[in-house]
Design a protein around this ligand. Sequence first.
Ligand code: TXA
Ligand code: MG
Length: 312
Amino acid sequence: MSLHPATPDLIAEGARILRAGGLVAFPTETVYGLGADATQPNAVARIFEAKGRPAFNPLIIHLGQAEWVADFAEPDDRFHELARTFWPGPLSLVLNQKSKSPIAQLATAGLKTVAVRCPMGAVANALLNSAGRPLAAPSANRSGSISPTLAEHVADSLGNKVDLILDGGPCSIGLESTVLDLTTPEAVILRPGAITSEQIDAVIGPVTTAASAAHKPKSPGQMLSHYAPILPLRLNATTAAAGEAFLGFGPTVGATLNLSESGDLSQAAKNLFAMMRSLDDPRRFNAIAVAPVPETGVGAAINDRLRRAAFQ
Ligand code: TXA
Ligand code: MG
């Protein structure tokens, strides 16, 4: 599949494809998404097929405007506060669905709840509003592999399975959205992301973070083995052994690549998946050693992804 810059004409073409039940990969501020009209069961089924995604793992529903949520879910006060503060942006909110919801059941894996988010970024926003439909959009990669932060990553893993890839260059954040469950009295972070628990706490009060290694994750996609590179990953490494690639952070001596030489966590998040992909080359290395990344701010989300990638 050839890549096309996301011009207004091509975005309009993408919207037509989506309304006709097709698949369009598009850039968001987090990672590239594989979009389909969330109200068309056949279109949603094509997402699961293209990704090789297990049917029990629900999709995030993307909105052009926060108001669309009222068509199919039951927003509460916390939702309104959070949406006002962080949308458009990298925060997905899990809500109870209305009993008569137009969202395809497969999109929510048959759950009574639904995750929604309003992505930031001109291309995603224009595509959603031009399609005028909520879009189910998981990360545009094969299930279990590393999420795409460039259009080329999408073409490499799903190129022949999508009808159009809109190229909007590199994603500005580089890690998937924070997923926050609002269906319980105390909100729970199911997946850490660029919007941190401290930021959420400041808006709606205390939140907890779901134990990431739980055997029965509430976010069915939060299985431990995820983002799996071909090579084994060794975390908190201070030096690389013979044959290892060394992914540095901060002033790391002998790094093959460095997430951020200045130790900037946002820059590290943006670089993480592309650098993991480029080091994941068994012809050059036998493992990837990764320097320690602090657990503060978006570092918690970076370490979450690294732990999943390292889990065998
Ligand atoms: O940043 C993102 O969120 C990207 C971009 C494309 O928007 N999308 C993304 O989608 O990462 P995906 O499908 O790769 O991850 C969705 C996560 C999974 O862990 C899934 O289990 C969880 O959200 N999820 C979706 N609906 C849920 C629900 N109703 N309850 C609990 N978890 C849910
Ligand atoms: Mg994903």
